[in-house]
Design a protein around this ligand. Structure first.
Ligand SMILES: Cc1cc2nc3c(=O)[nH]c(=O)nc-3n(C[C@H](O)[C@H](O)[C@H](O)COP(=O)(O)OP(=O)(O)OC[C@H]3O[C@@H](n4cnc5c(N)ncnc54)[C@H](O)[C@@H]3O)c2cc1C
Length: 446
């Protein structure tokens, strides 16, 4: 039955909603309070129905932005706290780059050292090639001048980890209710603080509303009547008016249906997650044509959950005006936003560009719909903030499967303790010009 009122109402049974619920429950228990009637997670579909359930699952620290790196280091600690429950594979992560990115990555490395995040950095074309050949004797990518090898991080299996998280929350008394869709948000008439949400199954009053709605954040933003366009002061101090608050990008991912063991290292070990960014011409492995002479990037890993070598490439911007983008049906069920033949051709050719073992493998590409859209902020970094005193929005700008720790920090804030790690992600940064530095990566999230 739909509850009529609750202290902490969390919308979204993805990584953020569930990790927030888990931590609030822990804190209530530590104060000797009950959880059952106080913390409820509702989801219009069910556990892992959104982006968290289709994510590639990569967990890395490799960010040019210091605030992102600090946050990721915190989240990696949470992944490491229970690898089994989270289906987490701490295999590490490789950022393999061409010269235009060398300086950025070198800076990432030195800042990782200063926060004690374990990594090694290889510089120079010959040394980088040798490092990669020591790991994979068929390594053949040219023009690589640096390799950052993060010894922590790796990947987790998307739905398994979200179910693991749900179990942790439920074991502490959190109720997770599927099939309840929020349609409207009502505020107090004087204070504007949030009073209740109207759902397809009735109205629920709450003391605190926490929204972890992934790509659906656009709809909650509108329900809260927050500004659809904003003023943004860029890194050079120039203000821009009427900037759309949200935009969608399509994440391009797919699977090569081979034995995942095919990507073992020379030592017979499971490799780190591999990410390659390069400006070397990308030649089709199918017909020898030039696919691109511009900067391109891919990532990949052996994955038993996806059943092969799984990975992706740079996303593309969705051109449809933001309010007209059809988020549902989401992910591989979308008739509009799925990775197609062009992606497959590029990605498999790029795999073959890197390793001889992938040459001639195009017929093994799994021709099923994959990928999905993400909702991004104007600077492509998260907004974690509280509006109208009691409505917290967790809008991760599609960085977030790896951010298992964010829900814990949000919960601590909701319970009254401001968190320094979240400060650089407030909404006001756009107007104040406190944006995050940008890198030379071809990805909007690095
Ligand atoms: C193809 C793809 C690959 C990705 N790969 C990675 C990766 O490798 N590493 C990484 O860190 N990140 C990755 N991401 C990003 C990551 O998946 C997301 O940032 C993260 O999962 C968002 O989590 P969330 O909890 O905010 O939202 P979601 O997991 O999307 O959950 C939101 C939930 O809200 C529910 N909901 C929506 N509207 C309503 C409503 N009106 N009422 C009730 N419930 C509602 C939905 O049903 C859904 O279950 C990827 C994303 C995509 C699309």
């Amino acid at each position: 039955m739909t509850p009529k009122e609750v202290q902490y109402l969390i919308v979204g049974a993805g990584i953020h909603g569930l990790s927030t619920a888990w931590r609030i429950a822990e804190r209530l228990i530590s104060k000797g309070e009950t959880v059952e009637d106080k913390v409820i997670v509702i989801d219009k579909s069910g556990i892992a129905a959104g982006a968290s359930g289709i994510a590639c699952g990569v967990v890395r620290n490799n960010y040019f932005q210091p605030a992102m790196r600090n946050l990721m280091a915190h989240s990696v600690g949470v992944w490491e706290s229970d690898p089994q429950a989270f289906s987490y594979h701490p295999v590490g992560y490789l950022q393999i780059s061409c010269d235009s990115m060398r300086q950025d990555v070198s800076q990432i490395f030195s800042e990782q050292q200063s926060i004690g995040y374990e990594s090694v950095f290889i510089e120079g074309e010959k040394k980088s090639e040798q490092y990669m050949k020591n790991m994979f004797d068929d390594w053949q990518a040219k023009g690589i001048t640096s390799v950052l090898h993060e010894k922590k991080g790796g990947y987790a299996n998307n739905t398994k980890s979200i179910y693991g998280l749900a179990k942790k929350a439920e074991q502490l008394g959190v109720r997770i209710i599927s099939g309840i869709e929020v349609k409207e948000i009502k505020s107090e008439s004087v204070s504007k603080s949030i009073k209740s949400v109207v759902t397809n199954k009735g109205t629920i009053s709450c003391n605190h509303l926490i929204v972890g709605a992934g790509p659906w954040v656009r709809d909650f933003w509108n329900m809260l009547d927050l500004p659809k366009v904003i003023t943004l002061k860029d890194l050079s101090g120039v203000s821009h008016d009427n900037v759309d608050m949200w935009r969608f990008w399509q994440l391009e991912e797919g699977v090569l249906q081979v034995e995942p063991e095919l990507l073992k290292t020379n030592d017979g070990e499971m490799p780190p997650v591999i990410h390659v960014d390069t400006d070397a011409p990308l030649i089709s492995d199918v017909d020898g044509s030039v696919i691109t002479e511009e900067m391109w990037g891919i990532y990949y890993k052996p994955d038993w959950h996806f059943g092969g070598i799984q990975g992706g490439a740079s996303p593309y911007k969705v051109k449809t005006p933001v309010d007209k983008v059809a988020i549902d049906p989401y992910g591989p069920s979308s008739p509009e936003f799925v990775s197609g033949g062009e992606f497959a051709h590029m990605w498999v050719s790029a795999l073959a560009h890197c390793h001889k073992r992938f040459e001639g493998m195009m017929p093994k590409y799994h021709n099923e719909p994959s990928g999905g859209i993400g909702c991004f902020t104007p600077d492509s970094f998260p907004v974690f903030d509280c509006f109208f005193d009691n409505a917290t929005i967790i809008a991760d700008s599609n960085h977030g499967y790896k951010m298992l720790g964010v829900g814990r920090l949000i919960a601590d804030e909701v319970m009254g303790e401001k968190q320094d790690l979240l400060e650089p992600f407030r909404f006001e940064r756009f107007e104040k010009g406190n944006l995050h530095p940008t890198s030379n990566s071809p990805f909007p999230w690095s």
